[in-house]
Design a protein around this ligand. Structure first.
Ligand SMILES: [Mg+2]
Length: 249
């Protein structure tokens, strides 16, 4: 039985009746409940199977969209890089269909090297700070830090994000400093345009997912997972309900 709001069930049914549909979803906080150690994140049972089943339907294009780099996203989700479910990593800078950013320019490499050194310096404010290294970004994870350390690290990391050539993305207890400009909204809408989608269903829980929700049209179904301000038309409580949405589709 579905615990989803009736108007959401209707909207999903309408989207599913379209000849060409894109179903895209964020990973962390949507398919995978948030955990303290970002590398121990795993999808909830059945969700990846449901994505694969959807991807097998005629006219349905499925994508897993994340801020994680492509290799990590594939490893944690268990979705292969060359399978029917597309992977979109680094907020859209990397895709499993090969539309990659083609490597960093020398100046981006120089900025990333300096940035990496600066971020390591943040450990002076928080010794246990978790730092994640991506091909095009350095990510600071503040989850689990004491409030004073979290405040100091957030302020310092935000300042680093104002340097030339650096783009700042803030999520839930995550500050990403990237040298490649990309956003999930552009990535999802590019996919929709590529396959001439009649409708898009998207699920996301974080600030970076708002770039998708803000660009959705009247036939699209944007679903915010969990609390917080959003441009999405619908909201569900958490990953358990997000799994129900996929099952319902
Ligand atoms: Mg998320």
């Amino acid at each position: 039985m579905s615990g989803l709001p009736g108007d959401l069930v209707d909207a999903l049914a309408y989207a599913a009746s379209q000849p060409t549909l894109v179903v895209a979803t964020d990973f962390d906080g949507v398919l995978a409940p948030i955990v303290l150690d970002p590398m121990s994140s795993r999808p909830a049972e059945g969700t990846i199977e449901d994505l694969r089943r959807l991807a097998g339907r005629p006219g349905v294009h499925v994508a897993l969209v994340s801020g994680r780099d492509l290799a990590t996203l594939s490893q944690l989700s268990g979705v292969e890089l060359d399978g029917p479910v597309r992977l979109v990593g680094s907020h859209g800078a990397q895709t499993s269909t090969g539309r990659d950013w083609g490597g960093l320019t020398p100046s981006q490499t120089a900025v990333l090297t300096r940035l990496t050194r600066q971020v390591r310096g943040l450990r002076e404010s928080a010794r246990d700070l978790r730092i994640e290294y991506k091909p095009s970004a350095v990510v600071v994870h503040t989850r689990g830090l004491a409030e004073t350390a979290k405040g100091a690290v957030t302020t310092e990391a935000t300042a680093l994000g104002r340097q030339p050539g650096v783009h700042l993305k803030k999520g839930k207890d995550v500050i990403e400093l990237t040298v490649v400009r990309a956003d999930k909204g552009t990535a999802v809408m590019d996919l929709a345009a590529e396959v001439s989608a009649d409708a898009v269903v998207y699920l996301g829980d974080d600030a970076t997912d708002e770039d998708v929700f803000e660009r959705m049209g009247p036939r699209d179904v944007g679903i915010k997972v969990g609390p917080g301000p959003t441009a999405a038309r619908w909201r569900v409580d958490g990953p358990a309900e997000a799994a129900q949405v996929l099952r319902r589709l």
